[in-house]
Design a protein around this ligand. Structure first.
Ligand code: HAM
Length: 426
């Protein structure tokens, strides 16, 4: 009986060889953009103690409450697959004493993240994020700098029409005052709210603001706005961030309901929204989180950063029909004919590879026509043909696949010859 055929887990996907180029292009472009701006890369583990996320992202956020993959390992520890990376990067920042490094500390990362969400186009249970975080400077110029960094990346990738939605969440005291006003308003209009939002109102009222429930929208339209509750310092900070963005001609929209789905933000919060409609139009998001390092047990350290969804970037590239650079295929196909040529061809392929020449070929296949056909499909510039006679004479045929021209070259000189033609010097 045939065994069970397994499928990938719902909400995950395989990245097949032909899809690699787009991912590589995004990662390479990201790498270049952040390295130029002085970032160093960090890789944190895909799992952390669950508490890292519960404390930072917030126990009553959807991400922690409904979407986080939590598991007990065999030692009884509560672990979580990272739903995002900021918390883990902050954990690493504290653990490795980065507070004493020259400021600002700039860290970039890329990797898989996990959220138990309802899968749909652009929304997965394992998805890839690229991110950038800056620690140690409270200046509003840094908020603008990280926003410009993301905009530069979009521009390099050829993704146009991205807007920045931006808001200020103030500091703890501002939010307390604002929350009081918001709760009073929402309580007074409770009957008109969706059931889910009535629950949110009791647990984490700010979350009601990013509600997608249609019934709640009308109530929210007239809700108090946080920008009217900012302290003079937070107001000034926000004004200054916008001034930098204006200076650079960044298209932003003030969105007083933008609170983001994570609790650690203060002051500036922003989201990058693509030109296309739909619930998955958020190409990335971030903000300032000046209290997080201290919350996780470190010295008070201001910080700001963002993360972008790689699948959504790739969807944008595809929607625009952007061609991404592909890596070159093999340089040469070795075709062999008859038994004595088999070993010689086998040997030559390995020697070419040792010499840094990308060579392929199959020694157990008959028919020169079929082999050259395969070489053609692979798009190799050259094919080497070894037959019985060639083995005896130790001379092989080098065929230019574009012109069909053939030359005879001594077998022993083949590797050197191709290295010369491809200018391989290593
Ligand atoms: P986030 O808004 O939760 O922020 O996620 C950032 C981006 O990741 C989203 O805008 C979206 O593009 C992508 N994303 C999120 N969930 C999914 C999913 N299920 N499938 C596909 N893509 C997804 C954060 O994660 C914060 N750590 C960002 C940050 C960094 N804030 C400060 N520093």
């Amino acid at each position: 009986m045939a065994g069970k055929q397994y499928q990938n887990v719902r909400g995950t996907y395989d990245i097949l060889p032909e899809q690699q180029a787009a991912y590589r292009h995004v990662y390479e472009t990201f790498r270049q953009v952040v390295i130029d701006a002085g970032f160093g890369f960090i890789e944190t583990p895909m799992m952390e103690e669950a508490g890292v996320f519960v404390r930072s992202v917030g126990g009553s956020t959807d991400i922690v409450e409904k979407e986080m993959y939590v598991l007990k390992d065999r030692g009884g520890d509560d672990l979580a697959l990272r739903p995002e990376s900021t918390a883990g990067v902050v954990r690493a920042f504290i653990q490795h004493g980065m507070g004493s490094w020259p400021k600002p500390v700039k860290l970039a990362y890329a990797g898989p993240h996990f959220r138990y969400e309802r899968p749909q186009a652009g929304r997965y249970r394992q998805f890839f994020q690229i991110g950038a975080e800056i620690f140690g400077e409270a200046s509003p110029s840094l908020d603008a700098q990280v926003i410009l960094l993301a905009m530069r990346l979009y521009a390099r990738l050829g993704i146009t029409g991205v807007t920045v939605q931006i808001n200020s969440l103030g500091d703890t005291a501002d939010r307390k005052k604002y929350l009081k006003a918001l709760v009073e308003y929402l309580e007074a209009n409770k009957k008109k709210l969706a059931k889910l939002d009535i629950e949110r109102l009791a647990k984490n009222p700010l979350r009601v603001l990013d509600s997608k429930e249609p019934e709640s929208q009308e109530v929210l339209a007239d809700a108090p706005q946080i920008l009217n509750y900012l302290s003079p310092e937070c107001h000034e900070h926000f004004r200054s961030v916008l001034e930098y963005l204006d200076e650079m001609g960044v298209a932003y929209e003030l969105n007083s309901r933008l609170v983001r789905g994570l609790d650690y933000y203060n002051r500036t919060a922003f989201e990058f929204v693509g030109a296309r409609d739909g619930s998955q139009s958020s190409l990335g998001g971030g903000g300032r989180y000046d209290g997080l390092v201290e919350l996780l047990g470190g010295q008070s350290t201001p910080a700001v950063g963002w993360a972008l969804g790689v699948e959504r970037l790739i969807m944008e590239l595809e929607a625009r029909g952007r061609q991404v650079p592909t890596s070159p295929g093999p340089c040469v196909y070795v075709a062999s004919l008859g038994e004595p040529a088999r070993i010689a061809a086998f040997r030559l392929i390995e020697e070419l590879l040792d010499g840094g020449v990308a060579a392929v070929g199959s020694v157990d296949r008959d028919g020169i026509g079929g082999q050259l056909g395969r070489a053609d499909k692979l798009g190799v510039p050259y094919a080497i043909i070894i037959g019985q006679k060639e083995v005896m004479e130790q001379i092989v045929i080098l065929r230019d696949m574009t012109t069909g021209a053939q030359e005879m070259i001594p077998l022993k000189k083949m590797v050197a010859e191709l290295r010369k033609r491809y200018e391989i010097t290593t």
